[in-house]
Design a protein. Structure first.
Length: 553
């Protein structure tokens, strides 16, 4: 363990802990915390904050504790802690690029980073050693992933075996794969039709193809404990007989439950009744720091892939930004051309300010949404009561099953049933959360003066604030932006929802602001948690075009 402290005497520190799921001491979040506290005590360093993740994997995407830690250090006002302390550097990130990128970002802001279990010399030599540690962690993760996937692919190709819990209508059938090197039996399972559910699942598909709703199918067949589970059921290609494992496709893995005509009919109905996208999408921390305003929101109109920002710098020429289709760039499967950054972003802002959030148009939208809100309130209360009843039933079943396991011991069938019930419980709780947010969200009512102030304030923020703030404001009500480039024209559309009532009120209550107000380190609208607000109202689509000038090509 490192004995010397690189931090100033008595400096407060922030700790980041991550557990990859193993049982060894260095993989336990609690044991990491105990060891870090034991190191900090004799050095006189109080731990002011601790950020935790109990998620395995190499990517920093989806690690809430990691992203909270980055946001904490990225505040405009410098935080009082001197830096970040870790158990090992591989707890920070196992992806080489992520590790180097985010550590450099923290250090450039003046924060120190120290891992108590890694012996790192000072100066440039220390950076080289640290890079090698990051490379080894990345290499280990890559090799492990390759080995595991190779074994899974081999067993799937040779024996048709697959891990995990099969979807409803299928069951696991053990296959003898011979003996392991230690002489023990080697068994795995393939998925086969489950006669107890096969015909019921077929009836569900036939009902859906005939236009029946999830709720009607659930009331009659009770395939799952929660209505939310049907959306995945009716999009799983295993019911066509096709298994997809990574990029591996087995078109005739099992006996098909439905024919192609039934599948196509159900997918058409699913597309017609598709729910709005979730308001909080997992965003890569690099995208959050991007200088491209539409990063994470813009998609290719031709293939639907994300548009990534790209800067081109040529000697003697000004730097130019472009949006590139990630499908065209990575897989060469889309003919989309690059779109100049400036005209696309200016066009989106102009359409938002002059049309979507114009006082008269926004007033009409709010009137429509208030009427719809009242119409659906009774239905949502009824749905909530049903979900509460289902949650109580699932919890009772979990309790009974847990008691049975404690009394008689577990079996694979009991554990699979318990796992399925726990997943149902999570789905019901998520649905209840959505309903509660909808029912508690007030319907916005703004006066003409508030509407005028809001339009002016939004215009200033979208044109003068920093990219992160502008992107937060957009994410409060813009679901996505699609765009494609013609010869000298950009063709685009904006899918948007009514901005949350709290956001509208907060911006409408402020007097008109100017660009100088944004220099205030703590203005009210900047601190508003835009991304935490649920989408409201009906999704609307606004189409636009923008001219590309030669100087921006």
């Amino acid at each position: 363990m490192s004995s010397n402290s690189p931090f100033p005497p008595g400096a407060q520190l922030v700790a980041y802990l991550r557990d990859s799921g193993g049982d060894d001491q260095d993989l336990s979040v609690d044991q990491q915390e105990a060891a870090i506290r034991a190191w900090c005590a004799p050095h006189g360093h109080p731990l002011a904050r601790i950020f935790r993740d109990t998620r395995s994997g190499t990517s920093t995407v989806g690690r809430a504790g990691f992203e909270d830690m980055l946001r904490y250090f990225a505040q405009k006002k410098r935080v009082p802690e001197a830096g970040l302390i870790l158990w090992r550097y591989n707890r920070f990130a196992r992806d080489l690029d992520d590790a180097q990128f985010f550590k450099a970002a923290l250090r450039r802001r003046g924060y120190l980073i120290h891992a108590i279990m890694d012996q790192i010399p000072e100066g440039a030599a220390g950076r080289a050693v640290e890079f090698f540690i990051d490379w080894m962690a990345d290499k280990f993760s890559e090799d492990l992933s390759i080995d595991v996937k190779r074994g899974q692919r081999h067993n799937l190709a040779q024996f048709g075996t697959l891990g995990g819990t099969p979807p409803r209508g299928f069951k696991r059938e053990l296959v003898d794969l011979g003996r392991r090197r230690d002489g023990s039996d080697h068994q795995a399972a393939r998925w086969v039709p489950d006669p107890d559910w096969w015909q019921t699942c077929r009836s569900a598909w036939e009902m859906r193809a005939a236009g029946r709703s999830y709720r009607q199918i659930h009331a009659e067949l009770r395939l799952f404990n929660a209505v939310n589970s049907y959306s995945t059921f009716f999009t799983n290609r295993i019911y066509l007989g096709e298994l997809r494992f990574g990029d591996q496709v087995l078109p005739a893995y099992v006996e098909p439950l439905v024919d192609q005509a039934t599948w196509d009919a159900v997918q058409a109905i699913n597309a017609k009744h598709a729910r709005p996208p979730a308001p909080q999408q997992v965003e890569h921390p690099r995208r959050a720091a991007s200088s491209f305003l539409l990063s994470g929101l813009a998609r290719c109109a031709l293939c639907g892939a994300l548009l990534n920002g790209n800067v081109i710098a040529m000697r003697g020429q000004p730097r130019r930004g472009y949006y590139l289709c990630s499908g065209a760039h990575a897989h060469h499967n889309c003919p989309a051309r690059r779109i100049p950054q400036q005209p696309l972003e200016e066009a989106v802002i102009d359409e938002l300010v002059t049309f979507i959030l114009a006082p008269a148009n926004l007033a009409a939208i709010l009137d429509e949404d208030r009427a719809q809100h009242e119409e659906h309130r009774v239905e949502h209360h009824q749905r909530r009561a049903e979900q509460v009843a289902q949650l109580a039933q699932v919890r009772k079943q979990i309790t009974n099953l847990t008691n049975a396991i404690a009394a008689t011991g577990h079996s694979p069938a009991l554990l699979e049933r318990l796992r399925a019930l726990e997943l149902d419980q999570v789905a019901i709780q998520a649905a209840l959360g959505d309903l509660d947010r909808w029912l508690s969200a007030p319907a916005a009512t703004l006066s003409p003066v508030q509407l005028e102030n809001l339009a002016k304030n939004v215009a200033v923020i979208l044109r003068a604030a920093d990219p992160s703030t502008r992107r937060q404001l957009l994410s409060a009500f813009v679901a996505q932006i699609t765009a494609q480039r013609g010869e000298r024209i950009i063709y685009g559309s904006i899918d948007f929802y009514t901005p949350p009532a709290d956001l509208l009120t907060s911006l409408g209550d402020l007097p008109p602001i100017d660009a100088l107000f944004l220099d205030n380190p703590d203005p009210p609208m900047i601190n508003y948690a835009y991304a935490q607000c649920p989408f409201g109202g009906t999704k609307r689509t606004h189409k636009f075009t923008a001219e590309i000038h030669r100087k921006t090509c």
